[in-house]
Design a protein around this ligand. Structure first.
Ligand code: XMP
Length: 315
């Protein structure tokens, strides 16, 4: 039986021995990096700098809520707003893999700059067992390069410490609970963020639109689930298409963009079935999106594709 309390004592002790100077961690707000940050903070206190990079493709209120969580945990968090750099880097790029590569590369650049500023000698990572077990194989075709934004290059000039390396996800969750980190069963969110939910160029305007649409989908589905109108899907979000269509707003012709609502049931993201959401709930989503963004988005559609042949995200 895994003993979270015992693990915490041992992990903190090991970190205290291993980390002999300034350390840095890329904190995403996800459970793995948060647990790794809290354990390291317990071991070396303010030798640790936790950095949250705002890429401009975060969900609504994300930076603020991660900051508030770290505040509650008593761990200092540096929020770096690098959104302009990401928007600039992505200007004119429409090819999905190229977008991912620009985001990954920019992320590394921003993070390295922070590491240099703090003169960190140690890099803390929230790697868990499945991360390195899965990346060992070469059996699967790359459908999309699922690189974790936050994955840093091997040649980085810092000593790596991975306190969660031997743990599985449920064990990390047990440790999180023991550390008073709230582990709401959050839905997965792709490393490159909202950028993979914007088809075509991922710019600031599109990011703002899709961020608002994702927030509406989350709020309406969570509210419906809490009223037992439906079961909360495994993942649920909106994607912004680059096609425009004709609609009508007031009495005049409108020519706006299309938003896709996507919600799926899945165990691990490898396969997925689209969720049979009640039409009333979908209608509330559609009405809210077009009411609040109607001049720019005039059509909302629901994706009824399973995976395979679709993927969960649109890019
Ligand atoms: P797909 O779209 O490939 O997604 O069916 C399967 C699951 O993985 C998430 N996803 C990503 N996660 N980096 C990530 O960390 C990525 O680049 C990425 N792309 C997709 C997706 O949200 C779904 O849960």
């Amino acid at each position: 039986m895994f003993d979270a309390e015992k693990f915490i004592v041992e992990a903190v002790e090991k970190l205290r021995q291993d980390v002999k100077g300034k350390a840095i961690i890329a904190a995403s707000g996800g459970v793995d990096s948060t647990v790794a940050a809290v354990l390291t903070y317990k071991a070396v206190t303010d030798q640790l700098t936790s950095v949250f990079v705002d890429t401009g493709f975060m969900r609504k209120g994300e930076a603020e809520s991660v900051k508030a969580m770290f505040d509650r945990l008593g761990v200092d968090l540096t929020v770096v707003d690098a959104s302009e750099e990401f928007y600039t880097g992505l200007a004119g790029i429409t090819e999905p893999e190229q977008k991912r590569s620009v985001i990954g590369e920019r992320f590394i650049r921003v993070f390295e700059r922070e590491a240099e500023t703090t003169q960190a000698k140690y890099l803390i990572q929230g790697t868990i067992a499945p991360d390195w077990i899965e990346s060992g194989g070469g059996l699967r075709d790359t459908i999309k390069s699922h690189h974790n934004v936050g994955a840093l290059p091997d040649d980085i000039n810092m000593t790596l410490a991975e306190p969660l390396r031997d743990l599985y996800k449920d064990e990390v969750r047990q440790v999180a609970r023991a550390l008073n980190i709230e582990v709401a069963e959050k839905q997965p969110f792709p490393g490159p963020g909202l950028a993979v939910r914007i088809l075509g160029e991922a710019n600031q305007e599109s990011a703002e639109l899709v961020r608002e649409c994702c927030a509406i989908v989350e709020e309406e589905l969570e509210s419906a689930a809490s009223k037992e109108e439906m079961v909360l899907p495994w993942q649920y979000f909106a994607a912004l298409l680059s096609v425009k269509s004709v609609g009508v707003q007031g009495d005049v012709r409108a020519y706006g963009r299309t938003v896709v609502v996507r919600a799926v049931q899945s165990l691990d993201g490898m396969t997925a079935a689209y969720s049979k959401i009640p039409h009333e709930v979908l209608e509330r989503v559609s009405v809210r999106i077009t009411n609040s963004l109607g001049s720019r988005i005039n059509r909302v559609v629901y994706d009824i594709t399973n995976k395979p042949p679709g993927t969960i995200e649109w890019e």
